[in-house]
Design a protein around this ligand. Structure first.
Ligand code: 3IO
Length: 340
């Protein structure tokens, strides 16, 4: 009798330890909970698309998945996003690829001055480019969406009506957009969007170069009473997921995320284009912002300065082992395709 009890105790302990060593059971009782990090404040477009993705996922999985969102850099900051997600500090993160230009060579080619007309087209082009090349830069993560801003324009405290006005002006941008500012003769100051309100406020910069919805969402229309319309160059974004977190998901949830990826990309582009229109009207009507259009001759001078940028990028890309010319041609073809 006694030995039977001891034997049972042994069995219980043995299998108990075995179970503990194997880790938690894969079938969870409650919902699967995922953290989603974002760098700018909640009212801005990267966070608006994040909340939309969260709602779609929670609805389409019938509550099987819960997404906890962290806007404003509360979980990961602008430049820590990719590595933070790779290391598992967040399950999901939204990042602007322009903040690490060399790291995302292929996808950042969308921020060459190739004439992407709006965020809807930009997002479709970027998504297709990603799907064609499957860049090594994303080998350690699962990509959940890719989208772009609308083309960039100059927002400034003093008016920029000609190339002469912009010479040496301290203007904030990042990545491909920063190169374009430099080509126009501005003193480009590189920093993420999330650092810009303070830089503007302290006078470290006299303006910025980005998509115009920020005039409303960051209230830049208060210090920046002038917009110079250049409609040049987008900023590319991606949403990435930690690979182990992805691998842990059940197949039906993976299918929901995969189906949502291209939809989310276009949704964000369309939201951005619509929101730029809203912000422009708000800037003009309630903030007294002047919108400056360059004459055709003046715009030709600005464009002339940009002519060498793409050829130089192709050279650099090919020197680094990327099919630079093919990438540029693909982007040009995709722009025409998605414009229709
Ligand atoms: C951007 C980044 C964060 C929040 C709103 C935004 N609108 C446009 C951008 C593009 C960008 O990343 C940048 O740095 O200009």
């Amino acid at each position: 009798m006694k030995s039977k009890m001891a034997w049972m105790l042994f069995l219980v302990l043995f299998f108990g330890l075995l179970a503990a060593a194997a880790g938690p059971a894969p079938a969870q009782a409650g919902p699967i909970t995922l953290s989603y990090a974002n760098f700018p404040p909640a009212p801005t477009f990267p966070c608006v698309q994040m909340e939309r993705w969260k709602n779609e996922v929670e609805t389409r999985t019938d509550g099987k998945v819960r997404v906890n969102t962290f806007p404003g850099g509360t979980l990961l900051g602008a430049k820590d996003m990719m590595d933070g997600v790779i290391q598992g500090q967040a399950d999901i993160g939204c990042l602007c690829m322009a903040y690490q230009p060399g790291r995302f060579m292929i996808t950042n080619a969308t921020s060459l001055p190739l004439g992407i007309p709006n965020a809807r087209v930009g997002s479709l082009v970027l998504w297709d480019l990603y799907r064609k090349y499957r860049p090594e830069a994303f080998a350690q993560v699962k990509v959940l969406a890719m989208f772009t801003t609308a083309p960039s324009n100059i927002m400034s405290k003093t008016p920029v009506r000609s190339l002469a006005d912009i010479q040496g002006m301290d203007l904030r941008a990042s990545g491909g957009a920063a190169q374009i500012l430099a080509a126009w003769g501005a003193n480009q100051v590189g920093m993420p969007m999330s650092a810009t309100p303070e830089a503007l406020q302290k006078g470290v910069v006299k303006g910025l170069f980005s998509s115009l919805e920020v005039m409303k969402d960051f209230k830049y229309a208060e210090p920046c009473k002038y917009v110079t319309l250049t409609d040049t160059v987008i900023y590319p974004f991606s949403v990435v997921m930690n690979m182990a977190s992805w691998n842990r998901l059940p197949e039906d949830v993976k299918a929901v995320f995969d189906a949502l990826a291209p939809e989310q990309s276009v949704w964000t582009g369309v939201y951005m284009d619509d929101h730029v229109a809203v912000a422009n009207q708000w800037s003009k009507e309630t903030q007294g912002v002047e919108f400056i259009t360059l004459s055709a001759e003046e715009k030709a001078r600005w464009n002339e300065r940009l002519a060498p940028i793409t050829e130089q990028w192709i050279k650099d890309a090919e020197a680094n082992g990327y099919p630079g010319r093919q990438i540029v041609e693909d982007i040009e073809v995709l722009i025409e395709k998605h414009k229709k």
